[in-house]
Design a protein around this ligand. Sequence first.
Ligand SMILES: [Zn+2]
Length: 257
Amino acid sequence: MVRKSRLILSGLLIASFLTLSGFGFGQVIICKALVRSYENLKPVEVPQEDITPQWMLTLVNTERPLSGELDFPKDTINGYTFDARAIDDLRAMMQAAKDDGINLLICSAYRSIAKQTELFERKIRQYQNAGYSYEDAYNIAKTIVAIPGTSEHHTGLAADIITVDYQVLDEGFAETAAYQWLKENCTQYGFIMRYPKEKQDITGIIYEPWHYRYVGKNVAEKITANDWCLEEYIEHLELEREKNLTGQAIFAENTGE
Ligand SMILES: [Zn+2]
């Protein structure tokens, strides 16, 4: 027990030092070293998901709103801001579609909470001007514009993608060749169609065949293979972690650790 605690403590200290020094990759090495030493101690497999960087799994919805702006590296594609760590995959997807004769168009990507607040307040004013009370205007506005802090566009990992021939954000987009292409190919670039028709009860968002979310290739494949939405995947992950923790506890009991 003492040996393990010391190992964890020194690992954490070095990892913190490396974080402060800006050596992000150092943490990965330390974490891998910790996982390796753990493997000698317990018979629990580390799930693949556990090595997915946390930023790829950021979950934002009406139940898990952000309390402040997220800080992440930004870059732009066709004038739209996106997370710089994921933008190459987005570029590659747009290019691959083009090579297949499909002209995809990004029509929305990163949106700050400040910008969302502006849009939201404008919508409220619009209804107030039409004679509604503030409360009624607010309730109508939230069905049209996401409440600031609850939009996945705040993460910089979501993009609304349409096509030159069909530039309306409605279900009709699902009938286009562009949608078909995205459906067949987005996974291999690390994207998922975030708000499927049959998951509206879980996501709390209407069917949006145009809204794509970056989660990285491993996770995108897993979500697609299991027919999950992001909320279901995160829940699965939490259950797995719980199981592993229980596994560790049982092992510790058996070995007197
Ligand atoms: Zn969207």
